[in-house]
Design a protein around this ligand. Structure first.
Ligand SMILES: Nc1ncnc2c1ncn2[C@@H]1O[C@H](COP(=O)(O)OP(=O)(O)OP(=O)(O)O)[C@@H](O)[C@H]1O
Ligand SMILES: [Mg+2]
Length: 248
């Protein structure tokens, strides 16, 4: 459903990304890992059409209105309640207000937030706000969900709970995901495939790892699978190889 071919992109004479090839199939969960500053966020922005490629192409078999994007910072409007925030994307897509609010309530409930719909973002905890942001993006039923470390600010337990709920919802809805993460264990426990981006400038995909766990899957349970450890070690080793040495 998504093909990136020979992508080159940058902000000056030296490209940040060069010769980037990747694909995401229908309903597939793919993670992208790589050194800090290598160009992961830049790549997601190119896929979402925010940055035009200098060379190569981004092919999508769906429209931009079917693309969901979750950034690290949540983008809830502070002057709107949780349910109004969730309804917003639906209203932009033409749903009448009452229908959009009813649909928003369904999604808030699915994310464990029933009863909190009339609160404003500042009246919610950090984890609850993340769940509202997830409800907002899932409610539009995206074909592809791009996520740039959206849960990085949550503590480990909360993050595990939210990602587990996210995974079961995207599995149920058949939503494809491209996730940028620094957490290699998270990448393995959630993904069907993982891409490793090399260090920039001129970063490209240097390796692709199939993840051997089937779906639907318990992302906590797979961590004790005997195949988990070796894959994690391999990823660490390869990431260290492409990462710059900061302390010498
Ligand atoms: N608007 C911009 N103008 C100039 N340079 C930029 C711009 N955005 C990003 N860069 C540079 O492009 C490179 C890639 O940045 P990007 O944000 O894509 O990295 P990243 O892999 O997402 O890093 P991190 O893991 O730290 O989030 C960096 O060297 C960054 O400084
Ligand atoms: Mg980034």
């Amino acid at each position: 459903m998504l093909r990136v071919k020979g992508l080159r992109l940058g902000f000056g004479p030296v490209p940040v990304l060069e010769g980037v090839d990747l694909r995401v199939e229908k309903g597939e969960f793919v993670s992208l890992v790589g050194p800090s500053g290598s160009g992961k966020s830049t790549l997601l922005r190119a896929i979402s059409g925010l940055l035009p490629p200098e060379a190569g192409e981004v092919q999508r078999d769906f429209g931009l209105e079917e693309l969901g994007f979750l950034f690290q910072e949540d983008a809830l409007l502070p002057w709107r309640t949780a349910r109004e925030n969730v309804a917003l994307g639906l209203r932009i897509r033409g749903l009448p207000k009452d229908k959009a609010l009813a649909e928003a309530d369904v999604w808030l409930t699915r994310l464990g937030l029933s009863g909190l719909g009339n609160r404003y973002p500042h009246q919610l905890s950090g984890g609850q706000r993340k769940r509202v942001a997830l409800a907002q993006v899932l409610a539009i039923k995206p074909r592809l969900l791009l996520m740039d470390e959206p849960l990085a600010s949550l503590d480990a337990i909360l993050r595990t709970q939210v990602t587990r709920d996210l995974l079961s919802l995207v599995e149920a809805e058949g939503i494809a995901v491209l996730l940028v993460t620094h957490d290699l264990e998270e990448a393995i426990s959630l993904s069907d495939r993982i891409y490793l981006l090399s260090r920039g400038p001129r970063a490209r995909i240097v390796r692709e790892y199939p993840v051997p766990f089937s779906r639907p899957r318990d992302p906590v349970g797979v961590r004790t699978d005997p195949r988990f450890g070796p894959l994690l070690r391999q990823l660490w080793q390869d990431l260290e190889e492409v990462s710059p040495c900061v302390v010498s």
